[in-house]
Each structure stands twice: as C-alpha cells, then as structure tokens.
Design a protein around this ligand. Sequence first.
Ligand SMILES: Nc1ncnc2c1ncn2[C@@H]1O[C@H](COP(=O)(O)OP(=O)(O)OP(=O)(O)O)[C@@H](O)[C@H]1O
Ligand SMILES: O=P(O)(O)OC[C@@]1(O)O[C@H](CO)[C@@H](O)[C@@H]1O
Length: 304
Amino acid sequence: MIFTCTFMPTVDYTAYLSNFERGELNRTNEVYYYPGGKGINVSRVVHRLGAETVACGFIGGFTGDYIEDFLQKEGIKTDFIRTTDITRINVKIKSTEETELNGPGPILNEKNFQRLLERISRLTEDDWLVIAGRIPASLPSSFVSELATLCEKNKVRLVVDTSGPALKQIMEITKPFLIKPNEQELGELVGKTIHSKQEAVGYAKKLVGEGIQHVVISMGKEGALYVSATETLAATAPKGKLVNSVGAGDSLVSGFIASYSIDGHAENAFRYGVASGSATAFQSDLCKKEDVESLLSQVIITKL
Ligand SMILES: Nc1ncnc2c1ncn2[C@@H]1O[C@H](COP(=O)(O)OP(=O)(O)OP(=O)(O)O)[C@@H](O)[C@H]1O
Ligand SMILES: O=P(O)(O)OC[C@@]1(O)O[C@H](CO)[C@@H](O)[C@@H]1O
C-alpha cells in the first residue's frame, strides 16, 4: 500500500484568465477547486495509475471536509487527522505566466503528532510512505526523528519530497528509498548553487553514496536526471503546451512509484515518472493513465 502524508494540505483555487494585472480588478474566465498538497497529489495520481493508496495528514474545517469528500468520491482511501484550524486555500493564477499564493499551514499540537505516529507505526515492509510538501514550523524535530526511526525499524519504503531541514534530519536516522528535488531544492539540500546537469549528477551521486537508493532531479521542460548506485540516466520531457505545471513534480514521483511497485525496474519507472510529470503539465488537473501512456514513447532516455 502507498501511504501519503501531507502535513499541510490545501484546496488549490486555480484561476485562468487571459491577462493578469497586478493592483487591478481582474476577472477570471475559468476556475477549479482541486484538493492539493504534494502528498494528496501523489495519492490522486498513483490511484489513477492503478496503485492502492491511502491519503493521510492533517485537515480541518470546511476545506478539510471538501478535500476528504473529493478524494473519497475519486475512490481514494483517506485516514486524515482533524485539526481545529481550517485547511488552507492556495491560489494558483494561470495567465501569461503562472503565479502562486500558498497559505500557511495549521498549528499542530502534541496530540496531532502522536496520532500520526500511531498510524505510521502500523506500516510494514510491504508499504510505502510518501512524505511530500511543506512541513509546518510547529513540527518538533523530535517528531521527525521518531517518524524516521519507525520507518527504519519497520523497513518501510520512504519517499521524501520536501524542502527544508526535515530531509537532512530524516537522513541521520534512515535512508529514503527515493527523493525528487528539482535543481533548486537539490542545491538547498547540499548547500551549493547548481550551475549544470553535471554538477547536479555529482551531488546526486554523493547522496546515493550516503545511502539514498534513488535520486530523481526534475528539471521542468528539460526533463529529469536519475542516479542510483548502478545507473545514471537523463530523460527528455515530451513536448507540449504548458497548461498548469502545479503537481508536475508530484506526478513524476507518482509515476515512478506506481511503475516501480509493479516490477522493480528503475529505468521503466523513471520513464513512466517523466511521462506522468509532462502529462500533468499539459492539462489543468493531474494526469490520467491514458495521458501518461500516450507520452511514453516521447521520453528519450540516455545513459550518462
Ligand atoms: N513545460 C513542461 N513541458 C514538458 N514537461 C514538463 C513541463 N514542466 C514540467 N514537466 C514535466 O514534469 C516533471 C516535473 O516538473 P518540475 O521539474 O517542474 O517539478 P517541480 O519543480 O517539482 O514542480 P512542482 O513543485 O510544481 O510539482 C519534469 O521532469 C517534466 O517531466
Ligand atoms: O506549500 P507546499 O506544501 O510547499 O506546496 C503546496 C503546493 O503548491 O504543492 C502542490 C504542487 O506540488 C500544490 O497542490 C500545492 O498548492
């Protein structure tokens, strides 16, 4: 089972308009209300790709109800912990360029953390845990350590797609199965500015040397890089019209996991992941299986 944990879910209010003027009254042409947050996006995509998933994390208020209801209507199992704070709404403005306004997350308390640890303690070596998205400042570092210790003890396959200090802290205790930084996030993780693909590969190899099994570096329309102990690959991204890049990175993670969980073949998983990221970038909502499969032949993989 693929469990996703989203500490700070959101309703993504996604508005399309032909021209966005700062400081003016703007009227939108089309709007959508998608349940969001990186882990929730992963649950939605892996479910569409045919894998079994449970979406966990913290939700509250009317927006929390909306998210849970939406996911359940899509057939996704949920196991959220309720907060007294209302789940945030993130505004995504799609005009000649993409502008995002992400809200702050809930204030979490000790009881919330304990409930989440209790859920995580039930996972086994047959399970995946995807920790994705921003981690709230109210989360004590002892909690992150406890979470990592449980995953290490129960041999859970841990996928981490978050920025900030949490990943470094997790790595002191357990080695994630997969991480998927973009170039900027990789730079933050290793404390360097990355100027080229060669540099990105070099840092990814260092992380693999420290024990992470698979590092995928996403590069938007330039495609992605993949490094493991035995392979270094580059993939081109399919060409198409960018409609909404929100969730493209999450779709890459989802495609990789959904494919790897079937046959454990990393190159196939990488190809499937890149096609999933692009399929999402080319439409308003997240990708569906048929969109991904129609793009697979356009992903060209080169060994580096
Ligand atoms: N304009 C684009 N054209 C084609 N493919 C794209 C485009 N943008 C993104 N993708 C695909 O999606 C993948 C992930 O995109 P990106 O590198 O933007 O992730 P990210 O920075 O994590 O994004 P986000 O945080 O918004 O999900 C890329 O590797 C690529 O396959
Ligand atoms: O504020 P965070 O947690 O870093 O990012 C949240 C977010 O931008 O990420 C997803 C796309 O990856 C969106 O669904 C969501 O609004």
